[in-house]
Design a protein around this ligand. Sequence first.
Ligand code: MG
Length: 455
Amino acid sequence: MNRKYFGTNGIRGVVGDLITPGFISKMSSAIASMLKNKGTVIIGTDARLSSPFIKNNVISSFLASGIEVIDLGLVPTPLIQFAVKHLHANMGVVVTASHNPPQFNGLKVIDHDGIEIDIRKQLKVEEIFKKEQFTYVPWNENGSVTRMNLKQEYIDQIVQSVNIDSIQKKKMSVVVDTGNGAGSVVTPELLRQLGVRVITVNGNLDGRFPGRGSEPTPTKLTEMSKITLQSKCNFSVAHDGDADRAIFGDEKGTIFFGDKSIVLFEKWFMSKHENKQFVTPVSSSSAVVDIADAMGGKVIWTPVGCIFVSRKMISNNILLGGEENGGLFYGLHQSVRDGAMAAALMANILAETEKTFSDLVLELPKYFQKKDKLPCPNELKERVMDHIVAAIPETVELIDMDGVKLIYEEGWVLIRPSGTEPIFRIFVEAKTEKKTNEIMAKGMRLVQDALQKSG
Ligand code: MG
């Protein structure tokens, strides 16, 4: 059985289309039935206009199913993940569509360890949903709702995970662009408690995301960039709608993709800790390997997706993970991506050096990257993938945990069938632009040939 509703990051859809009261009630009843009608579930929402009706539907189904509910209100996803562990709850449900446009919403389902439920549990929920095998409890066993505010406990744990003395002494200024999303209720407050002067951009909660949208794409962060320069700030940070990701900019207003910041975190971490392991998806830049080699550390690859990174950290006792989309996983706080934690840790890194953010980025290994795609019907993807693998010469080193990544002397190409669209994605990185183009041509040819053989 394949998953129909759960994607890489929970269930998402357009409100009024997939996301209706009926759908949410049935899905929540399926989750409660998987929990065998007992236990405690933490719930919270992002700032979307549809979040209140969805939350009330989830709560209603849980109560009818005998589940105790703790409602944390409007908070970032990582705060719910923290709360599940902190309160020893059985599960968490976040009403959010993360960085998707405002007409979307959905559910992220968090397991008792704070990490999103794995594929087996997702399949179990979908099976109960499909067969409508919901179980409810008698009138005298219905659950109840408790409202709680765990913001300060969450902030305290982040504060304890950084060097507050260094940060306070540095007297930093930081621009925070929360994109009208859930990060507005935590990150500015957290940084202020660390002694940082904070200037907020799009810091008012608004589920229409009128500021710059809910996705922190570097080209959309011009306001944050401008203010950083005007107000002579040390750096800037932007979150997506549910604040599990963080995109950074330097003191000159240059905004970087996550591949730069995760390497900064990796380098700093490996210079401080004995456990020099770093987990990252196969799509990450080779800069992570260069840094690990230089610092005597090791990179552990995973398929693309934050759940794989989190689970690998837990199983292999690894304390740091990162994704090129701006996801930072800091195991000394929690092994899930956490935008507020990333902001505090960046302040920590800059507090401990005389160098500026742009100096630190200049010191990183340089690579050129290129992305492309080719259309391919979903039903052909497997066959095309087989043809691609068969055509790869044996002398080429490859990683095949998620699509195939071919590693050459001067660069690599990652070929992956998209999980959501009828396309193949081709992602190339190399030391020079010329090499990047050459490897891209090779990658495209491999996919085109395989498409022809499969058609
Ligand atoms: Mg997100």
